[in-house]
Design a protein around this ligand. Sequence first.
Ligand SMILES: Cc1cc2nc3c(=O)[nH]c(=O)nc-3n(C[C@H](O)[C@H](O)[C@H](O)COP(=O)(O)OP(=O)(O)OC[C@H]3O[C@@H](n4cnc5c(N)ncnc54)[C@H](O)[C@@H]3O)c2cc1C
Ligand SMILES: NC(=O)c1ccc[n+]([C@@H]2O[C@H](COP(=O)([O-])OP(=O)(O)OC[C@H]3O[C@@H](n4cnc5c(N)ncnc54)[C@H](O)[C@@H]3O)[C@@H](O)[C@H]2O)c1
Length: 456
Amino acid sequence: MTRYDAVVIGAGQAGPSVAFSQAAQGRRVAIVEMAEPGGTCLNHGCRPTKALRASAVVAHSARRAADFGVHVGEVRVDFGQAIGRVHTLIDGMRAGLQQAIDEAENLDYVHGRARLVGDPTGAEHRVVVTADDGSEQELTTSEVYLNVGNRASIPPIDGLEHVPYLTEVELLALSELPEHLIIVGGGYIGLEFGQMFRRFGSEVTIVAGGGIAAREDPDVQQILTDLFTDEGVRIVEGRPSRVSGDTSGVSVEVPEVGTITGSHLLIATGRRSNSDQLGPDTGLETDAHGFVLTDDRFATNVPGVWALGDVNGRGAFTHTSYQDGDIYLHPPRTVAGRVTTYAMFTDPPLGRVGMGLQEARESGRRVLKAEIPMASVSRAKLESETTGVMRVLVDADTEEFLGATILGLQADDVVQVIGVAMQAGVRYPIVRDALPIHPTVSEFFPTILAALTPLD
Ligand SMILES: Cc1cc2nc3c(=O)[nH]c(=O)nc-3n(C[C@H](O)[C@H](O)[C@H](O)COP(=O)(O)OP(=O)(O)OC[C@H]3O[C@@H](n4cnc5c(N)ncnc54)[C@H](O)[C@@H]3O)c2cc1C
Ligand SMILES: NC(=O)c1ccc[n+]([C@@H]2O[C@H](COP(=O)([O-])OP(=O)(O)OC[C@H]3O[C@@H](n4cnc5c(N)ncnc54)[C@H](O)[C@@H]3O)[C@@H](O)[C@H]2O)c1
């Protein structure tokens, strides 16, 4: 048994910064990780997918090169090389993090799966860590920081347990391009991977229960559906009732659509909390989805236990998880009032903050809308990237920004103009009257804010 001043469980986005900070204060700290340092984002989430997306964007640009007067000849994708580039980048980043952990004074890296055992109400917490070979060690501490994240949620589809299906983890481990990738789920993961693999040359079918980008505004869903269809992705709406197959191929039965056969099956139907990995007797209060309930400074109901990142259900992104750690380390900051900005990295990307159309209509406020199709944005025209829309919603009475939906060129960055304005409490006339740079996408915020119309 080893005693620590603090034990961090999970080396994802929030855990390492909390561990480094505590150790730098001379406290004895352990960080326990059952997989690899860097968590989902670094190992099988944001970073490898965005590195792979870069190859897909290059392939797409190369195919369109002649439109710009550039002639590159036949475009051929070497998927092995593209995924090799991803692994080189990710391996380097992971090694950098591992080195920083190993070199930090007062910080021990413990590999294994952590469980909380014993009386959760006691002043000392017991953390049992099971290594890959089954051996166990026990750590005791008065402070536990949970940064355990989440994992793919696997829906109960008849036959699925007998089929070698993939999650994002296994998909990113492939070295050969799937001939026909069937993706169940039309959310972030399904759409980002679907577009990429199509651009690499796979046949792609997305089985989208609830539709494409189901939480977004209807016109955004339609633009994305048209874009994907034009690129040759087949989208079918429905939920599989049964799957079968083996390593040579899979069959997916979708009621009212029929049977779809493919070479690989990706399940991308949402995420589930890893809080269940911490054992059955943690005493932690969770919601119906297993997210650990916390106060605004991430304290759980169990004294001496904090929950940071995806596991607390207050965000589902790397930036929210990382910021949880930052907020915790800088009291009296709290997470209350955080404005969550996010992007979906299709090409072009979707940038989002705040309310969408339906939420605005249901808000009971007098809502004004500022909107322009990307086809009218000069920078988008100049780059022949005219797919998409810019929309900003404001409160007619308080002049607050309520939300923004930007689908189009550089939307992942452009949306942050409104995100920062919302976070800072800036009223829309300030942005309307600001001087923008020409020719940029953001220069249209003043233009559209000068022509607000009531939301119907
Ligand atoms: C394919 C994909 C693409 C994504 N793209 C983006 C993107 O572009 N932008 C974005 O912002 N977000 C993206 N996300 C989401 C993002 O990856 C997560 O929101 C983020 O990683 C959450 O960070 P976290 O620190 O809360 O948890 P994680 O990064 O999941 O880290 C949790 C860690 O805890 C470890 N762990 C869990 N239980 C235990 C235990 N009992 N004992 C020991 N260790 C344990 C896990 O192994 C893991 O390493 C993506 C996710 C996926 C799957
Ligand atoms: N760009 C980013 O920031 C980014 C990228 C990828 C993932 N992520 C994170 O990962 C999370 C998970 O992404 P995701 O795409 O798995 O989930 P999601 O919740 O975004 O989408 C899942 C979709 O699958 C559908 N679905 C559920 N069960 C189904 C079934 N049986 N058959 C067919 N469809 C079904 C749902 O209706 C939903 O539309 C996101 O919420 C986000 O936090 C973020």
